[in-house]
Every structure is written in structure tokens, then in C-alpha cells.
Ligand binder design. Structure first.
Ligand code: NAP
Length: 276
């Protein structure tokens, strides 16, 4: 059974989809998976290697899924095998959740201009942006014509966030890819959107230097004066992947407590957070 904290219903009844990017129970993709399952979706998951399988399998089983596919997005054979397995199991797909990003730790601290190497740039853009295009093309080939896809992005694409560096550039590319994919697939009725989530404590977030400062600052400076709850991200995913999201495509939707909307934060909470 899915976590009852996620609103139950039938919005995703009869829909089947692939979730890419669950590493553990803190992953944003796991919150999304639970919300979709609570609304009746049937799910398949990818994982990377045996170590991750041990963590992802019990989570998948808890939402009634027995479809776990080993898939490193840089490995074309594994990508081919993943979508071939889905086609042979289900025939058609209704949705895709892409929640994958990577940049070397050496790229995510210090000055962007000094730290960013050619190899670091290529691998961040390949894994964090191109993989959505690649997975999206393969998913679209077996997707029903009212299907939908989402990816996860962050405000570091639009504004400079300390230490986010090349990942900000990759997220800018990912958001542009979302718009181009939306245009290509729109005539078929397939919608493609991005959710720009505020900072959430996950494995990926732990890789960004100055993480503690980022959480404190976001809490103090956001409109809601709180950090982002992954349940809000999961709710937005449900909207964008279900028929509730009809006519919404090519969008980057912020779920960050309104942090992106603030030009100048309130003085009091900010002063307190900087003093901590
Ligand atoms: P997470 O739990 O660490 O998830 C990241 C996932 O990406 C992991 O499952 C990871 O698998 C996978 N991945 C990395 N390289 C891969 C590859 N080559 N092939 C296949 N999978 C690969 O962290 P998360 O925060 O939930 O991240 C999910 C998405 O949300 C990312 O795109 C991230 O940038 C975005 N996001 C996060 C935040 C935040 O504050 N946490 C905010 C906005 C957006 P491995 O563990 O096996 O590498």
C-alpha cells in the first residue's frame, strides 16, 4: 500500500508509467511514485546496479510493482533493454518520470569558471539533460497519444546559486529540452513539462557544497518561509501527468514555497538565518 499521507483516488487508474531516479526513500522520484500509486497508477522503476536494487526493490514492492530494470542512462544497451522490456510487458506506456541528474563532486564547489572541466561539463549535460531527450524519444515511441512526461529541475538554471555551477547550466539545457520536446510531441497529444523544486534533503542535494546554508536561506527567504515538501512536488507531478494537466505543456512549474517569486526577502527571518 502507498503511504496514506498521499491523497488517494482514481486519477491515474488504468495508467502505466516508468519512474527513473529512485535511489532511496528520500528521493523526489519516490514521493512522486507514491502519489501516483495512491491514485491508481501501475509503475515500473529503473535503478542503477545491484547496490541500488537492494534499496529500490522493497520500495517498488510496497506500491505493488515487480518491474525493476537496471538502467544507467549513459548505457545505450541498457536504455534499449529498458524500453523493450516495457513494450513487451505493457505494450503501451502512459507516462514517464525523469528524476536523474549527476555532476562530479569536483564540479560542484568553488568558482564555476575555474572548476568546470570539459569532461565534467560533458558528463553533467549528458546525464542531466540529454538523458531526458533520449528517454523521452524511446518513451514516446510506445506512448499512448494522451501520454505525459515530466522532469525535475532547479532554480540554479535561471539564477546563480553558489556551488551549483555546471549543474545550473545542465538544468537550463534540460528546461530548453522540455520546450522542444513539448513542441515535437504536442501534435500527438503528449505533454512534456518540468517541475522546478526547491531544495529537498536527498542524496543528490548532499553533493552540493554549502547545503546547510542553502536550506536555511531558502527557508528564510521564500514567500512561505519554509523549505519545500516533496509531497508538494508529488502533487504537482500528479497534476502534470494526469488528465488534470490537459493543455499544459512546455512549462517549468516552480514548487519552492515561492522562493523564485521574491525579489527582496523580509529582513527579520533573513537576519536570523544568517546569524545561525
Ligand atoms: P536522488 O535521490 O539522489 O536521485 C537522483 C537519481 O539520479 C538517483 O536515483 C541516481 O542514481 C540517478 N542517476 C544519476 N546518474 C545516473 C545515471 N547515469 N543513470 C541512471 N540514473 C542516474 O536525488 P533527488 O534530489 O531526488 O534528484 C532527483 C532529481 O530532482 C534530479 O534531477 C535533481 O537535480 C532534481 N532536483 C533536486 C532538488 C533537491 O533539492 N533535492 C531540487 C530540484 C531538483 P544513483 O544514486 O545510482 O547515482
Amino acid at each position: 500500500m502507498a503511504d496514506q499521507a498521499f491523497p488517494t483516488g482514481t486519477l491515474m487508474a488504468g495508467k502505466r508509467g516508468l519512474i527513473m531516479g529512485v535511489a532511496n526513500k528520500n528521493s523526489i522520484a519516490w514521493a512522486i511514485a507514491q502519489q501516483l500509486a495512491a491514485q491508481g497508477a501501475e509503475l515500473a522503476f529503473t535503478y542503477q546496479g545491484e547496490k541500488l536494487l537492494r534499496r529500490v526493490k522493497p520500495l517498488a514492492e510496497s506500491v505493488g510493482s515487480d518491474t525493476l530494470l537496471d538502467c544507467d542512462v549513459t548505457n545505450d544497451d541498457q536504455m534499449d533493454a529498458t524500453f523493450a522490456a516495457l513494450e513487451s510487458k505493457w505494450g503501451k506506456l502512459d507516462f514517464l518520470v525523469h528524476a536523474i541528474a549527476f555532476a562530479g563532486k569536483d564540479q560542484l564547489a568553488g568558482s564555476f569558471i575555474d572548476q568546470t572541466t570539459r569532461e565534467g561539463f560533458k558528463s553533467a549535460l549528458d546525464i542531466s539533460a540529454y538523458s531526458f531527450v533520449d528517454a523521452g524519444r524511446r518513451a514516446a515511441a510506445i506512448m499512448n497519444d494522451d501520454g505525459a512526461m515530466i522532469t525535475l529541475t532547479y532554480l540554479g538554471s535561471e539564477r546563480v546559486i553558489p556551488n551549483y555551477n555546471v549543474m545550473g547550466v545542465a538544468k537550463a539545457a534540460l528546461e530548453a529540452c522540455t520546450r522542444y520536446m513539448a513542441a515535437d510531441l504536442g501534435p500527438r497529444g503528449i505533454r512534456v513539462n518540468a517541475i522546478s523544486a526547491g531544495p529537498i534533503k536527498t542524496l543528490a542535494a548532499a553533493g552540493i557544497g554549502s547545503g546547510r546554508h542553502m536550506f536555511r536561506f531558502n527557508k528564510a527567504a521564500s514567500a512561505m518561509q519554509d523549505n519545500t515538501d516533496s509531497k508538494g512536488v508529488a502533487g504537482a507531478a500528479l497534476y502534470l501527468l494526469s488528465d488534470l494537466g490537459l493543455s499544459c505543456t512546455g512549462e517549468t512549474h516552480h514548487v519552492d514555497g515561492g522562493f523564485h517569486a521574491i525579489g527582496m526577502p523580509q529582513e527579520g527571518p533573513l537576519r536570523e538565518s544568517l546569524a545561525e
